[in-house]
Write a new protein. Structure first.
Length: 342
């Protein structure tokens, strides 16, 4: 049966509700229960790991038996596995729901298959309604499912001749105000800002996301990787969020732990040693290079060894955007697959 007008409206509303939920380990999901006549019986959304899923949240607002013959409109395929909560597909079956309209298939290895379970129980299932809007809402979560780790952006500022600092190690500031303002906005769109101990010791960065002197509403968690101690009076210790320190060089382990903490997007801000390791280990999904019309010369290159020995092994990039920012240029690029690079 085609999706009705009432179901379409309900999906728009469910997407709004989904956005109320937090970004984190679980996707943001909204659900509406409609009566057979198309009236809204209950609304629900997921409030984060360990709390009821959206469908169960909505069903929980109804008297026993009230969902019999009803339609559930959900922004993600009802899950099929027992995690911290039971499978939502079974909860819908148990409640006697007769029809389920959902937006996006669940890509999870363990959680997918809810649609099949519902069909097998005789429920009418209609997938794909406003799938693109749902995909956009949970794009970062979907990236984590696909990559098996948070999505990593590696960013640096460089002189036209490819240096990340002057010979004495000073690098503040290579780029101008417009480029730096752009960095702050992109920081605020991520969940964690990562630097190496070398950058902490050289630059004493605050790692806050700001508009001028004003802190932006969302502050990603600051993360420092490396064995050396961060000084007690370091600026990042005054960050509004408790910094995370990883005295290790195992970047996979760091990303695993950040994922466990619900981090979906990581913004690596250097320095050259750490940025190079993320790239060399294939842990870089996007590159942001802010290029300033200035020459620094010397040995402090924006990247060090990334494991390229000959030109055949060059890490080719696909450029998504060339963006002038004041006198500077931002290049947004991502690794080419072998085929694209050739
Ligand atoms: N232009 C820019 O965008 C920019 C950005 C940031 C910094 N900088 C400049 O870069 C310079 C600092 O460079 P840097 O390369 O020393 O800084 P860095 O990359 O921030 O720190 C290097 C340190 O990271 C730790 N580390 C963590 N994981 C690692 C791994 N897998 N492999 C190797 N090391 C790992 C090591 O610390 P431990 O030895 O403590 O274990 C290593 O010594 C400064 O001059 C700063 O001003 C420029």
């Amino acid at each position: 049966m085609a999706v009705t007008e009432a179901e379409r409206h309900a999906m728009t509303r469910a997407l709004e509700l989904a956005g109320n939920g937090p970004r984190g380990l679980n996707p943001q999901v909204g659900a509406i229960i409609l009566s057979p006549a198309g009236d809204v019986l209950a609304e629900g959304w997921h409030r984060g790991a360990g709390t009821p899923h959206a469908e169960v949240d909505a069903l929980g607002k109804l008297a026993p038996g009230a969902a019999r013959g009803a339609t559930a409109v959900v922004t993600l395929e009802p899950c099929n596995h027992t995690g911290r909560t039971g499978p939502c597909s079974q909860a819908l079956i148990d409640a006697g729901v007769g029809r389920v309209v959902y937006a996006l298939d669940d890509p999870g290895e363990l959680s997918s298959g809810g649609g099949e379970r519902l069909r097998a129980a005789g429920v009418d299932v209609e997938p794909g309604e406003q799938a693109e809007a749902s995909r956009a809402l949970i794009a970062d979560w979907l990236d984590v499912q696909r990559l098996g780790r948070p999505r990593v952006t590696v960013k640096w500022a460089q002189s036209l001749d490819g240096r990340a600092a002057a010979s004495d190690g000073t690098s503040q500031w290579i780029t101008g105000a417009a480029a730096r303002a752009d960095v702050h906005l992109r920081r605020a769109a991520s969940d964690a800002i990562v630097v190496g101990t070398g950058t902490v010791l050289a630059d004493d960065p605050s790692l806050t996301a700001r508009d001028g002197d004003v802190l932006l509403p969302h502050q990603p968690v600051p993360v420092v990787i490396g064995a050396r101690e961060t000084p007690a009076d370091a600026a990042l210790r005054r960050h509004p969020r408790e910094p995370l320190f990883y005295p290790t060089r195992d970047l996979h382990a760091v990303l695993d732990d950040l994922r466990e903490r619900g981090v979906q997007r990581v913004f690596v801000e250097g320095g050259p040693t750490l940025a190079s390791r993320f790239i060399a280990e294939g842990l870089c999904d996007d590159v942001l290079a802010y290029i300033a019309p200035v020459l620094l010369g010397g040995a402090r290159l924006a990247l060090t060894d990334i494991g390229v020995e000959g030109i055949d092994g060059a890490r080719r990039l696909i450029v998504d955007e060339w963006m002038p920012l004041g006198a500077d240029l931002l290049v947004i690029a991502r690794p080419a697959t072998t085929k694209e690079g050739n």
